[in-house]
Design a protein around this ligand. Structure first.
Ligand SMILES: CCCCCCCC/C=C\CCCCCCCC(=O)NCC(=O)O
Length: 591
């Protein structure tokens, strides 16, 4: 039996023997040497990264200086930067405005906004030449003629490194514009700034080690959401009128919601994704997309038309031939629209339930029929949408991401994925048994951490997932629905200190990524004191899970912040989706 006395006497014998002493000493020195070597290697690699950062930041600063010098030549024109793309377009086409003065007005405004919320990674100095060239043109026919367009940092722009906030990709210069950027240019758009993202895009934050954190333009103590957070923040702050974002789990919609602007997540396959940093391109079950964002609804439609134009189809012939269908968009017949305020996973706070109910009334006012649509226990699974989404997103247990991040400084938002990937699956299996399914968010996360033990199991899961999708679509058809409205997120914009913990709360957005349905965001209302009082009253609202409780804390003092709703339609029915958004705008008295 090992008692402390026994251990002490064994040690005494070992130390009294000279050869053992030498052996032990050598082992200790070897360990020390190894430790010192790894520490030195780590700090050398950190120093190299710091140097890389400072060089890259200097380059971004140089680009900012060039652009500032250019726009300083034109006098301030606030009355240009606050107009919608549609109204700017009219004056650009009739010659009342030049592309160069519009560009300068937006550059100036974008820089002002950036000072407060750090939403731009860098400007594109070549926009100056492009605007001058447009001003020389007799043919002003492009859908975006002379309109400045902001672009998410992870969307390829020729001559730039498109890092997705990953240090590993700094200085990896791309040699071709993404197809969406090419389409914007073909329509006379002027890409003018690149906007900030979270490290790896795999979160709803907007912070990375190189460009640091973006803040919410409505309240700087809050996050703009992610991953198209820089885009949402710039649009919401007034520094851009339209922009390009991406989405695999809500990245076009959460930032639009948090920043009070508009966005459309298209069906995967409708808009080309050629020229994106393909971190999840191997994931065929849940596919990433590029899509438009806009400061107002009409601007969003304008960019949507350009992104679904025949020119886009020419640039990427692998897309199905579905140019934007004006007839479908312009239709005015009565629609049957489903609505829900609980998806079975994340309970919505009163402000977010009210947003959906107000949207329902607004649509009814426009003559549409609204019917309840409930699906949470479809196919007997407890939390199907969230469970399928999260498990399929990290089917490799985060290994691919962990590899890319090997030498990066890892931000808190993705630490869970990176660190959990090295813990054996059986630990999580055991934990899941101990914790049970009561806390819905914990249950979903733990399933994700367990992953799949064989390809056979994975295929089986994907097979079930496809059946669930079929069952969902059948339910939609049984209800004879044209579209559905629902929350974007269960709470108002979240405090930046806790945004890294909300991954499993974004279930309303993730649902349409799993289904691959188009879904757009319309800002509907603002949080009121009454909403917050209701949220704080346990007789009216109770947060069930640890994360819902955290969200409730975060919503204190959120009065005045924007809350939006999602409008979704069946796959490849982007025009119908936009039509519902238009009807909602009308019903809310915004059009
Ligand atoms: C052992 C693995 C541990 C995993 C535990 C963490 C579980 C996290 C699960 C899923 C993460 C899903 C994150 C989705 C964020 C999506 C944001 C987005 O849409 N980004 C993509 C883009 O912008 O293109």
């Amino acid at each position: 039996m090992m008692t402390p006395q026994n251990i002490a006497s064994v040690l005494e014998i070992l130390v009294s023997d000279r050869r053992t002493r030498i052996g032990l000493l050598s082992l200790a020195s070897l360990w020390l040497f190894r430790y010192a070597f790894y520490s030195w290697r780590k700090s050398a690699s950190m120093r190299r990264l710091d140097q890389k950062h400072s060089k890259r930041r200097q380059l971004a600063q140089k680009r900012k200086d060039i652009v500032r010098e250019n726009f300083s030549k034109t006098r301030s024109a606030e009355n240009i930067a606050n107009r919608s793309a549609e109204s700017l377009l009219a004056d650009l086409k009739n010659g009342k405005l030049s592309a160069l003065e519009v560009l300068h007005a937006f550059q100036r405004k974008a820089f002002e906004v950036n000072e407060k919320i750090n939403c731009i990674t860098e400007p594109l100095p070549e926009a100056e030449e492009r605007a001058k060239e447009l001003d020389q043109k007799a043919d002003k026919s492009g859908l975006l003629f002379g309109i400045p367009v902001s672009v998410k940092e992870s969307v390829n722009i020729k001559g730039y490194d498109c890092t997705a906030g990953l240090e590993a990709f700094i200085d990896e210069i791309v040699d071709e514009d993404a197809v969406t950027v090419q389409a914007v240019k073909r329509h006379g758009g002027v890409p003018f700034v690149r906007t900030n993202v979270p490290q790896s895009l795999f979160s709803y934050c907007c912070s990375n080690p190189l460009y640091r954190e973006t803040l919410n333009p409505q309240d700087v103590s809050r996050s703009p959401g992610g991953s198209s957070g820089g885009e949402g923040a710039l649009l919401g702050g007034g520094g851009s009128v339209v922009g390009l974002g991406t989405d695999i789990g809500g990245s076009l919609r959460v930032p639009a919601d948090f920043c009070g602007v508009y966005s459309l997540k298209p069906t995967a396959g409708r808009i080309s994704t050629k020229g994106l940093l393909r971190l999840s391109s191997g994931n065929l079950a849940i596919r990433g997309v590029v899509g438009p964002m806009g400061r107002d609804f009409k601007s969003l439609v304008l960019l949507s038309r350009a992104l679904m134009s025949p020119e886009m189809l020419e640039l990427d012939p692998s897309l199905p031939h579905l140019p934007f269908n004006e007839k479908e968009f312009e239709k005015t017949d009565r629609l049957r629209i489903g609505y829900f305020t609980f998806d079975g996973v994340s309970k919505c706070q009163p402000s977010n339930v009210r947003a959906v109910m107000e949207a329902k009334s607004a649509l009814e006012k426009e003559g549409h029929e609204l019917v309840p649509f409930d699906f949470p226990t479809l196919m007997g699974r407890a939390y199907p949408s969230a469970d399928y989404f999260v498990r399929l997103m990290v089917a490799d247990r985060g290994l691919r991401l962990a590899k890319i991040l090997e030498n990066d400084r890892v931000e808190p938002a993705i630490q869970t994925v990176v660190y959990a990937s090295v813990i054996p699956a059986w630990v999580f299996r055991l934990l899941k048994k101990l914790v049970g399914d009561e806390d819905r968010h914990k249950a979903v996360m733990l399933s994700a951490c367990i992953g799949f033990s064989s390809i056979d199991e994975y295929f089986g899961h994907v097979g079930d997932f496809l059946l669930w999708k079929e069952a969902f679509t059948q339910l939609w058809r049984d209800h004879k629905l044209d579209a559905v409205i629902c929350p974007v997120f269960p709470s108002p914009p979240v405090l930046k200190e806790i945004i890294h913990r909300v991954t499993s709360l974004s279930t309303y957005c993730q649902l349409y990524n799993s289904l691959n349905y188009p879904a757009g965001v319309v800002p509907v209302t603002k949080v009121t004191q009454e909403d917050l009082d209701k949220a704080a009253d346990p007789n009216v609202f109770s947060a069930d899970t640890v994360l819902e409780k955290l969200l409730l804390e975060s919503s204190r003092n959120a009065q005045g912040l924007s809350v939006g709703v999602q409008c979704a339609a069946l796959p490849f029915q982007e025009e119908k989706c936009l039509r519902v958004m238009r009807e909602l705008e009308k019903g809310l008295g915004k059009m």
